[in-house]
Design a protein. Structure first.
Ligand SMILES: [Zn+2]
Ligand SMILES: [Zn+2]
Length: 200
């Protein structure tokens, strides 16, 4: 998904770009790649993006819904979720990001650090948007989609908020069946906890 800078007119550029299962699979990992996020894509998505030229770069607003499946962390059952991903990025051309007075020695890199800190301090006009550097000519949306999807992924999924999970003793799925493990005598040290009344 490449956008050339000259495609962005005065009025901006609106895009509806398909995000294929291949790209989504690369991000989420699995058998083919080294890392596995525990999620897999069930359908392709569509990236709705808006690009506008602003002073110092390009403002990119994007959103898509990732259709994902995973394993419930409690009962190991199947979980399907539609994860909304939305982001605003300020794309800065390499030449501007480096700064004209950048020198490739120790002193120079210290100056650069100070400059970056100054920008995040408040004088920077696009402070709400994260910065992303591009070569000034072509914007590749694929790595942006990858990164934003990873940022949006939950740590883990549950099939429902009140999922009872598997019994740690006999392994039965407590959403589907009851086992007798609960009937075992309560540890006397924990018995007082049984008398605590929950306020609902
Ligand atoms: Zn579950
Ligand atoms: Zn049990």
């Amino acid at each position: 998904m490449l956008v050339k800078i000259e495609q962005i007119k005065e009025t901006g550029l609106q895009l509806n770009e398909p995000i294929g299962l291949g790209l989504l699979g690369d991000v989420l990992g699995g058998a083919a790649s080294g890392e596995d996020t525990g999620f897999r894509a069930t359908k392709p998505s569509t990236l709705k993006a808006s690009l506008r030229k602003v002073s110092g770069g390009v403002l990119l607003e994007g959103q898509f819904t990732a259709h994902l499946a995973s394993e419930c962390k409690r009962c190991l059952g199947n979980v399907e979720l539609n994860l909304p991903v939305s982001f605003t990025l300020n794309l800065v051309p390499e030449s501007l990001a480096k700064g004209e007075d950048f020198q490739d020695d120790d002193e120079g890199s210290m100056e650069k650090k100070e400059r970056v800190q100054g920008e995040s301090g408040g004088s920077f006009s696009m402070e709400d948007a994260d910065e992303e550097v591009f070569d000034g000519k072509t914007i590749d949306l694929d790595p942006i989609v990858r990164e934003q999807l990873l940022l949006a992924l939950p740590m883990s999924a549950v099939c429902r908020e009140d999922c009872q999970g598997l019994c740690p003793q006999c392994g039965i799925n407590r959403n589907e069946a009851k086992c007798n493990c609960e009937l075992k005598p309560v540890d006397p040290r924990l018995a007082p906890l049984k008398n605590i009344k929950l306020s609902n």
